[in-house]
Ligand binder design. Structure first.
Ligand code: F6R
Length: 615
């Protein structure tokens, strides 16, 4: 998770930046850097490893931490494009060193932008996607634009979900901060004659409690004498200042009412983080840093064990691993696996999926596999948890702390991690068929941007919650890779709103649940355009024929389904295997809005715990 800090004001900028980065240190990172404007020139320092390494370098510039330098930016990096090197650490600069940029996210079109810039004679010093940004600004400034206009023009060229902060030697009293999509937040702290910019509230809370949060597509031009927020097309935006309470837990909640809501909206960023450094978006090669995969230890089959939402994620992952890597997968509830006395053939790996890493049943299932001779792997969020200690190979979800009891960002990241695992497994087999895994891995570059679009304001959720929160029963239907999402939709609704809900494979509806359908039963149907789309349409017809109300989760622009369903929630078109990452989000948002209407304790639903350490 990258951390971003910027400062404009009379204090020693370097000290404020370092202090802010320290406050964000708990997020973890692999390198750090800062840029300070001193005597008309931008001075940059970068270091890999801990922040103390950067601080040690700054000691060589004794006045830097104490002198008032007005403007500075700093960054802690967690690698996405390019390895952990000093060259790849932020800030990145143009050739003349007059524009410095820090960034969080993935510039989806960086391959095209870089090629075009190289065509103009630009020399790149790093392997990062970020470096295209200062060069673009530079090019526009050479065309005669001011820094501000050039920044808007450059930001307008970026595709994907990104947070960007930049400064320029020629505009010593200006910082520009932009948020595109939801992969990285930008909060601006309002002080007296000074302003702060950060990726997260704790980075600046020490200085001010008055903040504004940038929304998707907004750019802040921060000056010593004021602040101006505009949309990318230049339209001014009126922003409301929030007052952040001092207590650190509430501060973490930022602008959100509940942790679950915050965690839903963090998902584009969580996915960016889980992809960091693991995919080369140019070639599609996948590398999992804590899972050695070669011909010798490539499993012949996988037994996935997990509970609750993690079990549903495992069901999605089965599609990935079987379809992409052609490795057979069985998926069991952690609480059931050991009671069926599983047959473990040679070369089987038991894969535990658990955000907490402490779920007793999942741990017991992993141990049962190990006792029968199968090595264990784990997909875990809580670093160092018990599941990780049982495992010989680990994939960290990197979702960041999930405080709401209901799994949201850990559900999505554990799905993405299985997609990475499937690609890595396919690539380790070195066969001709594995070519497709490289293309499938490249498709991941678009995922944070697509997820971000699912997090836009959409009145449909309010409308549905207002209309249906008093219903007693819901049915969720899905098919193929989206069948587990129907299960997840029902689980989310049950656990936080206490409304009874069933998730079902759509084709099975006629074998029983159809008897329940009447005008009082809303039916949520996941019906994106994929290989089971027509089958889903026929299920929708059957529900309608019995007087049920259909809420369809469908592909954007699908007018046909609008003629069939009562309500439509749209998801952008995407690689078919990745659609569960998108269709899961309406399930979360719907459940959240329902629970809020019903006055339920969203973050701590009754009888539930974040780690279930009893069997
Ligand atoms: C659902 C939920 C639970 C967990 C389950 C497993 O929102 O949070 O169903 O998914 O308790 O937890 P972990 O993943 O920690 O093993």
């Amino acid at each position: 998770m990258c951390g971003i800090i910027g400062y404009l004001g009379p204090r020693p900028a370097a000290a404020v930046v370092i202090n802010g980065l320290r406050r964000l240190e708990y997020r973890g990172y692999d390198s750090a850097g800062l840029a300070i404007l001193r005597e008309g020139r931008i001075l940059v320092q970068r270091a890999i490893g801990k922040l103390s390494n950067l601080e040690a370098k700054l000691q060589a510039e004794p006045d830097l931490l104490t002198a008032s330098h007005t403007v500075g930016i700093g960054h802690t990096r967690w690698a996405t494009h390019g390895g952990v090197t000093e060259h790849n650490a932020h800030p990145h600069l143009n050739d003349a060193g007059s524009v410095a940029v820090i960034h969080n996210g993935i510039v989806e079109n960086f391959v095209e932008l870089k090629a075009a810039l190289e065509g103009e004679g630009v020399r790149f010093r790093s392997e990062t996607d970020t470096e295209v940004i200062p060069h673009l600004v530079d090019l526009f400034m050479k065309d005669g634009m001011s820094f501000e206009r050039a920044a808007f023009a450059a930001i307008g060229r970026l595709r994907g979900s990104n947070a960007v902060v930049m400064m320029c030697a020629e505009a010593p009293d200006t910082l520009i901060a932009a948020r595109l999509g939801n992969a990285g937040g930008i909060v601006i702290g309002l002080g007296e004659g000074e302003h702060f910019v950060a990726s997260d509230v704790p980075g600046i809370l020490e200085y001010t409690r008055r903040v504004i949060f940038l929304d998707d597509g907004e750019v802040a031009v921060v000056r010593l004498d004021g602040l101006d927020v505009r949309r990318l097309d230049g339209t001014p935006v009126e922003k409301r200042a929030h007052i952040i309470p001092w207590d650190p837990v509430s501060a973490e909640k930022g602008e959100y009412r509940h942790f679950m809501q915050k965690e839903i909206f963090e998902q584009a960023r969580a996915i960016t983080d889980t992809l960091r450094g693991r995919v080369n978006f140019q070639t599609g090669a996948v590398h999992l840093e804590q899972l050695a995969l070669d011909e010798a230890n490539r499993p012949a089959r996988i037994h996935t064990v997990a509970c609750g939402s993690s079990f549903h994620a495992g069901l999605v992952g089965r599609f990935y691993i079987e379809r992409i890597a052609r490795v057979p997968v069985e998926v069991d509830y952690g609480s059931e696996y050991r009671y069926r006395d599983p047959l473990i053939a040679p070369d089987t790996v038991v894969l535990g999926i658990t955000q907490s890493g402490e779920t007793a049943d999942t741990l017991a299932a992993m141990s049962a596999g190990r006792e029968r001779g199968a090595p264990a792997w784990a997909i875990v969020n809580a670093v160092g948890a018990q599941a990780e200690r049982l495992a010989s190979g680990v994939i960290h979800m990197r979702a960041g702390p999930e405080i709401g009891v209901c799994s949201t960002k850990t559900f999505l990241t554990s799905i993405v991690d299985q997609y990475l695992l499937a690609c890595a497994l396919a690539q380790s087999a070195h066969t001709a068929e594995d070519e497709q895994s490289y293309a499938l891995a490249r498709a991941l570059a678009h995922l944070p941007g697509l997820v971000s679009r699912m997090l836009d304001d959409d009145p449909i959720y309010q409308e549905l919650a207002n209309r249906f929160h008093n219903r007693e029963h819901f049915l969720f239907l899905g098919r193929g890779v989206n069948y587990p999402i129907a299960l997840e939709g029902a689980l989310k609704l049950k656990e936080i709103s206490y409304i009874h809900a069933e998730g079902y494979p759509a084709g099975e509806m006629k074998h029983g649940p159809i008897a329940l359908i009447d005008e009082k039963m809303p039916v949520v149907c996941v019906a994106v355009r994929d290989n089971v789309y027509e089958k889903m349409i026929s299920q929708i017809e059957q529900v309608k024929a019995r007087g049920g109300t259909v809420i369809a989760v469908a592909t954007e622009g699908d007018d046909f389904i609008r003629g069939k369903a009562d309500y439509v929630i749209e998801v952008p078109p995407a690689e078919a295997l990745l659609t569960p990452v998108l269709t899961a989000i309406p399930m979360q948002r719907l459940a959240y809005e329902m629970a809020v209407r019903l006055g339920c304790d969203v973050d701590q639903p009754r009888n539930l715990a974040k780690s279930v350490t009893v069997e």
